[in-house]
Structure formats: structure tokens, C-alpha cells
Design a protein around this ligand. Structure first.
Ligand SMILES: Cc1cc2nc3c(=O)[nH]c(=O)nc-3n(C[C@H](O)[C@H](O)[C@H](O)COP(=O)(O)OP(=O)(O)OC[C@H]3O[C@@H](n4cnc5c(N)ncnc54)[C@H](O)[C@@H]3O)c2cc1C
Length: 472
């Protein structure tokens, strides 16, 4: 313990200073939540963020994906609540819609309408900017945490055996962009999917991580609308078409905290959704979802459409053997980026912060860099298995991890039977939703009642048309 009573030995700092200092690169969700955890172990935590942080709920350039729908899955809700007790009450008080699955949505997949069975899970569909603002407000009240805004990290200090800090460049003021050093005992990369950390590591003589990639070429376009009253409100919160190899166009409309809706469409390489006004509407109408078309005819656009194309799954394997220096960790999208169509990244950012907390607090195991990095990777494993497993089957998928292993093929057979029962079987639907929302392990799909339905019962009949009301 040091003078502040914190057990700073628990994250194995290598410096000789009395004060233990952690630097987090990136002040978005993963960075803020990592900083929150580290504040329990460090004397000082500095979050370095390239953007100027907005006052209030506003999109910002460093999080360009924030203009697109961001659902918070149940696994992420529990993790956030555990890290920031009372957070979900704050989220709801701020107006974030809590949407019951499947009862509150009109869902379509592979030629089938989903029964609107009683909900077994809930998602929050409020804006990305609002969620981040609420997290930021909570985390930055801690006096241990300081943010360097409008500042880029441009490299690492140290060598192949230990990272000793970061190299900074102010964005404001200094036109020549002079560099300055900021020493640290621990550097956590939370700079998102476009991280430059592999290059920074190579520059100090360490090894860049092996990257597993699967890229379906999926592109998004989203546009804000205000709909007519009486159609997409009350019992029905949103519309959605899930993607699959047989239905590569996906999308729908999901509610935001102010009563507006984000309409989203996605398509694959070569048939990306357009952002020009009329072309966007035409593209949305290619979705096999008549209620969505009717709603769109009466809804008023509140913004232009925004596109987004970097949607590859990327997993950086810092856990594999190699010259990985002590004192450096990666988390959030910088460690593992998912195809956003599965809505997992924010949940995994929160679950990773929990994994960091648990690894640092472990009563018997010294939290070496390697152990903690493995714990962070483990927190993203289920989400990776879901998105990588689904995306390797999409037509035209490319990357270093597209080839299925024999074990995947056996699992695929079972999974196809699960998916065939998902829209209308309450037992299978509940189990599959729990897995997809990261609130139950994949083994939940093999629990005896689920396996019986999957193996021995035929898929139940699905509704002939879009169900207008939830089932009792
Ligand atoms: C189109 C789209 C839709 C998505 N939808 C969902 C969804 O429905 N549900 C869900 O859970 N997730 C979704 N995600 C994923 C989600 O956005 C991320 O997983 C989540 O934001 C956590 O990311 P992060 O904090 O790791 O990185 P980011 O949010 O990308 O933040 C990285 C931060 O690092 C800063 N930065 C970058 N480089 C530097 C540098 N060199 N120096 C200083 N600062 C730097 C950036 O300015 C930014 O603030 C979606 C993603 C996309 C692309």
C-alpha cells in the first residue's frame, strides 16, 4: 500500500516514483470505464482524448459511429450497474427507451415474423451520445481522474520489455505539433477500432499483435425521423429486420430518448446503402417490412442520412506469445471490434472494465500485464464467437479468420435448428436471446429443455403477417 491507502502493487507498476500513474488513451466508453476502475488502484489516472469533450449530449468527431443506433444489451447493463451503481435508473430518468424483447418490436428474419411473446430481456435504445455523457458525468467526478482534451497520443515511451508512458501532441495551439512525454506506470489503449497501438509498439521494438479479421463489407446508413403519432408508439417501440446469409439487407427503426427514431439500413459490399435523401428512402423500402414502409411514408426526416463503412470484426491477440511489453494493455474496440450489427461493443467495453476490476482485485493471483490482458480478452470472447461465427457465413466475407474449424461446422448444424425455432418457440427464443444479449453463456443453448426443443420438436408456426400487438 502507498500513502493513499491504495494497493498500487496490484497492477505491477515498474517505475520508481512514489506516485503510481496510469494513462488511458481515449476518453470514450471503454476508456472512461477503465479509468474508473484504475482510479481504485492508482494515485493518478490521466485520460488522453483527441476530441474536446462536449458539454451535454452531442455527437463528437472521435466517435463518428455515434450517429447510428446504439442498443445497450443486457450483459452491458449489468456490467454498467455493477461499475456505477444506480446507472440504469439514471439512464431511464434521462429518457432512454427500455425496449422489451421480443414483445415491443415487430421483427422479421429469413421469411418469418416473430411472435410478440412476453419479453424475456430488455435493451436500451437511447442515443450513443447520451449514454456516453451519463457515464462521463459519473466517472469524471472522481478527483483521481484527469482528462487531457484535444490531445493526441502519437506513440509510446519505453522499450520491448516495458512501456513507460506516452508521447503526446496538443491539437490546439501548437501549429508545429511539438511532442511531449507523459510518463506512466501503466498505459491502457482504449482508442477504438482505428487504434495505432500496433505501430507504436513496433516503433519501440515490441511486437504488434496478430490480428484476426472477418470483414463482410457491411455498410450502414442512418437517418433521424419524427414519426406520426399512433403508429410507432404505445405497445410497439420499433421495427427490425435481422440480417442473415439469405437476407443481407437489414435494418429498421428504433426509438431515441426524445421521441424521435433512428432509421437504419445495412447492406453488403457493392450494394452499400446510399445517403442521398430519396435513394435512402428507396433503399429502406427494399426491406421486407410493410409496417416500416407505411411509417416512413408519414414520418418527417430530422437530419440527413449518415453512412458508416468500417465494420470488420478485428481481434488483436496481445495474449499470444511474443515480445509484448509489461505496462501496456488494450481494451474496448482497440482490443476487439465487432460488426456493429450485433450491437455488442458498448456491452463488451463495460464487461471488460469489470474483468479489469476483478483481475486487479484477485486475492491470490498477481495481476501481471499478461494475466490482465487475458482477462480482458476473455470478457469479449462470447461476443466474438457470436459475431465472427455469424459473419464467416456471410457471402463475400474476407479476412484472416473466415475459415471455419470442424468444431464450428458441428455447432452450425445445431445453431441452424436454434435459429429456425427462434421466432416462435418461447423456450428456445428465451435462451437464444439471453446468449445474444450477453446475459447467459453459450452453454445455455444446450440446457435440457432447450436441447429437447431444438432436437426433437419441429419449429412452431410463425405469424402469417406482422403482429400488431404483443401476446398476453
Ligand atoms: C455504426 C456502429 C454502430 C454501433 N452500434 C452499437 C450498438 O448498437 N451497441 C453497442 O453496444 N455497440 C455498438 N457499436 C460499437 C460501439 O460504438 C463501441 O464498441 C463503443 O463505442 C466502445 O468503444 P471504445 O470506447 O472502445 O472506442 P470509441 O468509442 O471508438 O472511442 C475511441 C476514443 O478514442 C479517442 N482516440 C482515438 N485515437 C486517439 C489518440 N491517438 N489519442 C487520443 N484519443 C484518441 C477517440 O476520439 C474516441 O473518443 C457500434 C459501432 C458502430 C461503428
Amino acid at each position: 500500500m502507498n500513502s493513499t491507502g491504495k494497493d498500487s502493487r496490484r497492477w505491477g507498476g515498474g517505475g520508481n516514483r512514489n506516485e503510481r500513474h496510469a494513462v488511458v488513451v481515449g476518453g470514450s466508453l471503454a476508456g472512461l470505464l477503465a479509468a474508473h476502475v484504475l482510479a481504485g488502484y492508482a494515485d493518478r489516472v490521466t485520460v488522453v482524448e483527441r476530441d474536446r469533450l462536449p458539454q451535454g449530449v452531442k455527437p463528437r468527431p472521435g466517435v463518428a459511429q455515434g450517429r447510428h443506433p446504439h442498443v445497450l444489451l443486457e450483459g452491458g447493463q449489468s456490467a454498467l450497474e455493477s461499475l456505477l451503481p444506480g446507472f440504469l435508473v439514471e439512464l431511464e430518468a434521462a429518457g432512454a427507451p427500455r425496449v422489451g424483447m421480443p414483445s415491443d418490436l415487430v421483427l422479421w428474419q429469413d421469411g418469418h415474423w416473430f411472435r410478440r411473446l412476453p419479453s424475456t430481456t430488455h435493451i436500451y435504445t437511447g442515443s450513443r451520445a447520451q449514454l456516453e455523457e451519463l457515464v462521463r458525468r459519473r466517472v469524471l467526478t472522481n478527483p483521481v481522474i484527469n482528462v487531457l482534451e484535444a490531445t493526441d497520443v502519437i506513440g509510446l515511451l519505453g522499450d520491448a520489455s516495458r512501456v513507460r508512458g506516452v508521447l503526446l501532441r496538443d491539437r490546439a495551439g501548437d501549429a508545429r505539433g511539438e511532442h511531449r512525454a507523459l510518463e506512466a506506470d501503466l498505459v491502457v489503449d482504449a482508442s477504438g477500432s482505428g487504434t495505432k497501438a500496433p505501430d507504436w509498439l513496433t516503433a519501440i521494438g515490441a511486437k504488434a499483435p496478430y490480428e484476426e479479421t472477418i470483414d463482410t463489407g457491411l455498410a450502414y446508413a442512418s437517418r433521424l425521423y419524427r414519426g406520426p403519432s399512433g403508429i410507432l408508439d404505445g405497445d410497439t417501440a420499433g421495427y427490425y429486420v435481422y440480417p442473415s446469409p439469405a437476407q443481407i439487407h437489414a435494418g429498421g427503426a428504433l426509438p431515441l430518448e426524445d421521441g424521435s427514431h433512428l432509421v437504419i439500413v445495412s447492406g453488403l459490399r457493392g450494394d452499400e446503402p446510399p445517403t442521398a435523401d430519396d435513394a435512402f428512402v428507396t433503399y429502406v423500402k427494399r426491406l421486407p417490412h410493410p409496417p416500416l414502409h407505411r411509417w416512413l411514408d408519414e414520418a418527417q426526416p430530422l437530419s440527413q442520412a449518415f453512412g458508416y463503412r468500417q465494420t470488420a470484426n478485428i481481434r488483436r491477440r496481445y495474449d499470444l506469445p511474443g515480445r509484448h511489453p509489461a505496462g501496456f494493455l488494450a481494451t474496448g474496440d482497440a482490443l476487439c471490434t465487432f460488426n456493429p450489427v450485433y450491437g455488442q461493443g458498448m456491452a463488451v467495453a463495460a464487461m471488460s472494465a469489470l474483468a479489469l476490476r476483478d483481475a486487479l482485485a484477485h486475492p491470490r493471483r498477481t495481476p501481471t500485464t499478461r494475466r490482465v490482458q487475458r482477462a480482458l480478452l476473455a470478457a469479449s470472447r462470447q461476443a466474438w464467437d457470436i459475431s465472427a461465427g455469424a459473419d464467416r457465413k456471410m457471402p463475400g466475407a474476407t479476412g484472416t479468420a473466415v475459415d471455419a474449424r470442424p468444431a464450428d461446422r458441428a455447432a452450425d448444424w445445431y445453431l441452424q435448428r436454434v435459429q429456425a425455432r427462434y421466432p416462435a418457440d418461447p423456450v428456445v427464443g428465451h435462451a437464444f436471446r439471453s446468449v445474444l444479449t450477453l446475459s447467459a453463456p453459450i452453454t445455455a443453448l444446450f440446457a435440457p429443455p432447450v436441447a429437447r426443443a431444438v432436437l426433437f420438436r419441429p419449429p412452431p408456426t410463425t405469424p402469417a403477417g406482422p403482429p400488431e400487438t404483443p401476446e398476453e
